[in-house]
Design a protein around this ligand. Structure first.
Ligand code: HEM
Length: 254
């Protein structure tokens, strides 16, 4: 039997203290990499609550979520309930994904931020899609007319903007070659930002105008003024955090 055959490759004590798997310098560099990653994650997490503007945005976003949630719980849970519930969850996830990446400075922070931002947005996108499917099934059940109210029309615009932007964001970041090159894909980030803020503004407006639907007036009971007020507070918090230089639009002089 060749030497070592039939013996465990690593003894129990080696496994316990990591000897034999990697050298001391390997372990030190792994430890420092781990601590750098957790520093980046901590910095990024702080974006959600550490400044005055983020606190204003969070107060508005959480109050908006709770206000709609309260009305969902205060009414009978029916198939239709999925529509406001999923839209509410999606708006909250979308707001958090934007607050998270508003200020990112280092390359590592940008990279982790983009990944988490993408995950949040895919989750929000799925919730929005679920909410849209529910209202379609609901309308089909009683042959309801599509896109008749202001809320329904604005909702359609919101969904189109959101899905186009999620697609743009995913392809720019994960498959930049579809735009010809990485730098070309990067040059389109500013459009992703503009459409991102526009789709959030449309989501806020659509949710606020859901108060004008017959269902809200007769059953659900949300107040336009409350939703509008909360949307304004959230928007102020978000707006102060916008860095205009990140849009980098070049205007030609005539
Ligand atoms: C950003 C959030 C929301 C979006 C994007 C959205 C989108 C839409 C869309 C596109 C429709 C029309 C579907 C069709 O005509 O086939 C619709 C209908 C409806 N939504 Fe929403 N919605 C949102 C939030 C809410 C909330 C919070 C409520 C709470 C009451 C609500 C209540 C209704 C009602 C009652 C209808 C059926 C009446 C109508 O077509 O106007 N929606 N929604």
């Amino acid at each position: 039997m060749p030497s070592g055959e039939g013996q465990p490759l690593l003894s129990q004590s080696d496994l316990q203290d990591g000897r034999g798997v990697m050298g001391t310098s390997d372990r030190q560099s792994l430890r420092s990499m781990n601590s750098e990653t957790s520093d980046v994650a901590n910095e990024l997490r702080k974006n959600l609550y550490s400044t005055r503007s983020s606190i204003i945005a969070q107060v508005g976003a959480i109050a908006l979520f709770l206000y709609i949630f309260y009305h969902i719980m205060a009414n009978d849970i029916i198939f239709f309930t999925g529509h406001p519930a999923l839209n509410n969850f999606a708006i909250f996830a979308l707001t958090q994904s934007i607050i998270l990446v508003q200020p990112t400075s280092t390359a590592a922070e940008k990279q982790l931020g983009a990944t988490v931002h993408g995950i949040f947005n895919v989750i929000a996108g799925m919730a929005f899609l679920g909410a849209l499917s529910i209202i379609f099934v609901n309308k089909a059940a009683h042959q309801g007319i599509h896109f008749k109210s202001v809320h329904a029309r604005l909702g359609l615009v919101t969904y189109i903007l959101l899905f186009a932007n999620v697609l743009l964001g995913i392809t720019q970041y994960w498959t930049p070659y579809v735009y010809g090159s990485v730098s070309r894909a990067k040059s389109l980030y500013k459009y992703h930002r503009v459409i991102g803020y526009a789709s959030l503004a449309f989501s806020f407006l659509t949710a606020t105008l859901s108060t004008t639907t017959d269902y809200n007036r007769s059953i659900f009971g949300m107040k336009f003024s409350v939703l509008f007020g909360l949307v304004i507070v959230t928007s102020i918090g978000l707006a102060v955090r916008i860095r205009p230089q990140k849009f980098q639009f070049k205007f030609r002089r005539s």
